[in-house]
Design a protein around this ligand. Structure first.
Ligand code: NAD
Ligand code: MN
Length: 493
């Protein structure tokens, strides 16, 4: 009789499921250098202070292209262009304005693969997210607001909506094209003209959108795109000829812009950071909740303003939830964002990675326990952070209070629904929240007590152009999306 002494097969999730690489193969053209988009032409910057800066692929640190940095003189030219285009654009028949928006939406759909690839290359997010989440929502945003363009008086019964005028819009790097669409589509639908400033690490897709504006013959000056760092945004915000400022980004910058808007008495909408709670009750479907927790914090590497970064679990189910969370976490694949199997892409920039690492350090120093159990191999180049979570977190810990903007979850527990609400609301932010429970009445009751702009029930991070989004407290004010989103871009008489 022979005995085999084969080693026990490795059944850990990552080892048992080796995936062959499935990289996106479509080639996307990237020019060596990109100019500013003013009056429907791509023009080199004129400011004395202007120069070009590199945009890189954060997954491999390769330079993708040079981007123009708009100085104050360029900002002025762009604002003047938007100003000059305004009278004709706002007098255009609303059904005609709608046609432009519909054309833009259709063209985005036609070019969506190209845009998704570029979004992934420039920003580091997985292709399956840019392709299946960002781009469909971008097109939907234009379709949705196209539909409102000739129906504005029905959005505001008994009132006469008129355009606000020249809108300065400053957006962040976490959802570059989606944030551009959130800002541009309602502004145009309401008859305003726009100057958009994308974030410095992710300008490429906004400039591709500019190509689309030209393709659909949008009148020159209606949308202008000026690239550059924070100083470009500052010059834009301070320009005397803007009538409205719309900003998404950090609370620090949001506060500065609020001051500027208050002094000038112009309209402003702010969509800032968050530290959103995700609450799991003992009557929840736990497997479903785990999927929601994973989507809530690890989607887009946690670079999500409404990320469910504070997980509150009812004490009786804490061990089960942690075990299942850990198991699911191990199955996440970190790596090449252009690979269709990738769940976790690259951190958007070196400074952002540094910020996240500082939070990981502070969490450990303050006494929480870091679980880095995901077994993915970190690629040799680029900016990477493994998805992870902390247990033994106290509400006073920095990682439980401040927005990390990375794939880092803080797990805490509670005993009663009252305690859950108190702890969930114990934050200067108020952007989003999640509730996981099997009991409808309980969900309705708790949702009204959570001070958050969006409360997801038995789901998380679900978006729709028809649904308003925005925060309370330090998460900002006013809503984007839906009928509410129109209010930012009209004066009512
Ligand atoms: P940021 O607020 O500095 O940048 C957002 C945008 O504002 C960019 O386009 C930037 O160029 C511009 N900007 C920067 N300074 C400006 C100024 N003084 N005047 C006008 N515009 C200015 O955000 P960041 O530095 O890229 O990220 C820092 C933190 O902000 C992140 O760690 C995260 O916590 C938070 N954040 C939140 C969101 C969100 O969606 N709410 C998005 C990005 C970043
Ligand atoms: Mn980049």
């Amino acid at each position: 009789m022979t005995t085999t002494t084969a080693t026990k097969p490795d059944t850990s999730t990552t080892a048992a499921w080796p995936y062959a690489p499935a990289p996106e193969k479509t080639e996307v053209e990237i020019a060596p250098r990109y100019h500013l988009f003013i009056n429907n032409s791509f023009t080199p910057p004129k400011s004395k202070k202007s120069r070009y800066f590199n945009t890189i692929n954060p997954a491999n640190e390769n330079t993708l292209a040079e981007i123009a940095q708009a100085g104050p003189a360029d900002v002025n030219i762009a604002v003047e262009a938007a100003h000059a285009a305004l009278p004709k654009w706002k007098r255009l028949k609303p059904t005609e304005r709608a046609k432009y928006l519909f054309r833009i939406a259709r063209r985005i759909q036609e070019r969506s693969r190209e845009l998704a690839i570029l979004e992934t290359m420039d920003g580091g997010k997985p292709i399956k997210e840019s392709r299946d989440v960002d781009l469909p929502l971008v097109a939907q945003q234009f379709f949705y607001y196209a539909g409102w363009a000739d129906k504005l008086k029905f959005a505001f019964p008994g009132l006469s909506p008129t355009p606000v005028g020249v809108c300065a819009q400053i957006i962040p790097w976490n959802f570059p094209l989606l944030m551009a669409s959130w800002k541009i589509a309602p502004a145009l639908a309401c008859g305003n003209t726009v100057i958009l400033k994308p974030a410095e690490t992710t300008s490429l897709t906004a400039l591709r959108l500019a190509e689309i504006f030209r393709e659909v013959d949008l009148p020159p000056g209606v949308v202008n795109i000026i690239t550059g760092p924070g100083s470009t945004g500052e010059a834009l915000a301070n320009h005397p000829k803007i009538d409205k400022l719309a900003f998404t980004g950090s609370t620090v910058v949001g506060k500065q812009l609020a001051r500027i808007a208050a002094q000038r008495n112009i309209k402003i909408s702010l969509e800032l950071g968050g530290k959103s709670p995700n609450l799991i009750f003992d009557d929840a479907s736990i497997d479903q909740a785990i999927e929601g927790v994973i989507a809530g914090i690890y989607f887009n590497q946690g670079h999500v303003c409404c990320a469910g970064s504070r997980l509150f679990v009812q004490e009786s189910i804490l061990p089960e939830v942690i075990a299942k969370l850990d198991h699911r976490l191990k199955s996440l694949r970190l790596g090449n964002p252009l690979d269709k199997n990738t769940d976790i892409g690259a951190i958007n920039s070196k400074p952002q990675l540094k910020t996240i690492n500082q939070y990981l350090k502070s969490g450990r120093n303050e006494g929480a326990i870091l679980h880095e159990t995901n077994g993915s191999i970190i690629p040799p180049k680029g900016y990477w952070c493994k998805p992870c979570y902390f247990t033994e977190v106290q509400p006073s810990h920095t990682i439980a209070r401040e927005e990390i903007f990375g794939p880092v979850l803080a797990v805490m527990s509670f005993r009663t629904p009252e305690e859950a609400i108190t702890r969930a609301n114990n934050t200067p932010y108020g952007l989003a929240a999640g509730i996981w429970s099997d009991k409808g009445a309980k969900i309705f009751n708790l949702a009204t007590k959570l001070k958050a702009g969006v409360v997801w029930c038995n789901t998380y991070n679900k978006f729709d152009a028809a649904s308003p989004f925005g925060g309370y407290k330090e998460s900002g004010f006013h809503r984007e999306g839906g009928i509410h989103g129109l209010r930012n871009y009209v004066n009512l008489t």
